[in-house]
Design a protein around this ligand. Structure first.
Ligand code: FEO
Length: 397
């Protein structure tokens, strides 16, 4: 399948309807994804990125229906991660001398993956390649999200090919942002940012400022995953500016694990207390052992505060809470408040550890948290309510 996005530009990628996990088992992709590849026809025909290797055969077969593959004059490899470079070895074996445009780190990564000395043409920000009636301007974007990442801008049509940046893991038969359910799209774009891009917030801020100085008129943004931003294309840039700053919504999220429902009952009492203090705040509760980790991270990303609870087990934390707290340290979140709670039998270690790890993850920890030895009685549940009440009120002080 190929789809025209402009008279001389076709989408030649692959929609992966069945993808449910990405980056191995790390990231959930409830709506599938796509690997977007674009063919620009001009005096020099240019292919931008390819697809993940399991789909390489299908990709080449489809591409051959669109163009005589040997008439492709150049390949732009914006990013070496195999979901975009997977078909390159097969493609380049059909035309071994084809120039491959990539960053210096792109060459290292592509060689590292495929161990072949292709006809690499190293590009840097500001370099241009003339393809006939138009030019491609290269814009390096290191650490968004890999050291090798770059974008390129097509003059004339004013299209920014942004690779992973501005992407969404979102499979759709519609190719454009204005044709899909907006709530789904917004959620998937946010989830993608929270889980993949947010560790590099500072780089995002710098790169978007640099993009502004280029004064590009952008009519369309083509990321390497999900739909193309053609309706108000720069609105996703504005969202990225917001997300990369001290982003939060009016939401407090309680994430807990529980063995015998003691910590769960504490969580629900804390939620009642929050509601008593603030009728407008969104309160969400997740059992970390039952809810998908990527979804929890998305909720944390948009929360102004989180309260984490776990019982003490083996003088430590349950596995899902431990893993979540460790991951939070990697996400570079800022301007968020945190709290801790949990039940215990012999030692309240879990609460101590949660507080420590929240601080390490750059959360402002409110108080010492609340603990319950054994199962909480009504008095303890009232204390939990009070704790939630005070936690919520902290945002008003
Ligand atoms: Fe879509 Fe970083 O690969």
């Amino acid at each position: 399948m190929s789809l025209k996005i402009k008279d001389t530009i076709e989408w030649v990628g692959k929609i992966d309807w069945e993808l449910r996990k990405f980056h191995g088992e790390e990231l959930s992709t409830a709506h599938g994804s796509s690997y977007n590849s674009f063919l620009i026809k001009d005096e020099n025909n240019i292919l931008i990125d390819t697809v993940w290797s399991p789909y390489a055969g299908e990709f080449l077969k489809n591409l051959a229906k669109t163009i005589d593959i040997r008439s492709i004059n150049g390949i732009i490899a914006c990013h070496a991660e195999p979901d975009h470079s997977g078909a390159l070895p097969y493609l380049i074996s059909m035309m071994p001398d084809v120039p491959v445009y990539c960053t210096a780190n792109g060459q290292k990564s592509l060689y590292g993956y495929y161990h072949q000395n292709w006809n690499f043409n190293i590009v840097k920000t500001g370099m241009r390649v003339n393809i006939g009636s138009r030019e491609l301007l290269f814009i390096e974007a290191p650490m968004l999200h890999w050291p090798d990442t770059m974008m390129c801008f097509l003059t004339g049509d004013n299209i920014l090919f942004s690779n992973d940046i501005f992407g969404q893991h979102y499979a759709s038969n519609f190719l454009f942002n204005d044709l899909v359910p907006q709530e789904e799209l917004s959620y998937e774009a946010l989830k993608y940012y929270a889980n993949i891009i947010s560790p590099f917030n500072k780089k995002v801020i710098g790169k978007l400022a640099e993009l502004d100085t280029l004064n590009l008129v952008i009519d369309m943004i083509c990321p390497a995953h999900g739909v193309i931003w053609r309706d108000k294309p720069t609105s996703i840039i504005e969202k990225y500016k917001k997300w990369a700053g001290d982003y939060s919504e009016n939401q407090i999220t309680i994430i807990y694990d529980t063995m015998y429902n003691s910590t769960r009952r504490m969580a629900e009492a804390i939620a009642e207390g929050i509601k008593l203090a603030d009728q407008k705040v969104f309160i969400k509760l997740f059992n970390s052992s039952r809810e998908d980790k990527s979804n929890i991270i998305t909720e944390i990303f948009q929360s102004k505060g989180i309260i984490i609870g776990a019982p003490t087990i083996n003088n430590g934390l349950t596995g899902s809470i431990y893993a979540l707290l460790e991951e939070l340290k990697l996400l570079n979140l800022s301007n968020k408040k945190g709290g801790a709670f949990g039940s215990y039998g012999w030692s309240p270690t879990s609460i101590i550890l949660i507080n420590e790890k929240l601080k390490e993850a750059n959360f402002e920890v409110i108080g010492e948290g609340i603990k319950s030895q054994w199962s909480p009685d009504e008095t303890k549940l009232d204390e939990c309510k009070n704790y939630g009440f005070e936690f919520a009120n902290y945002f008003n002080s």
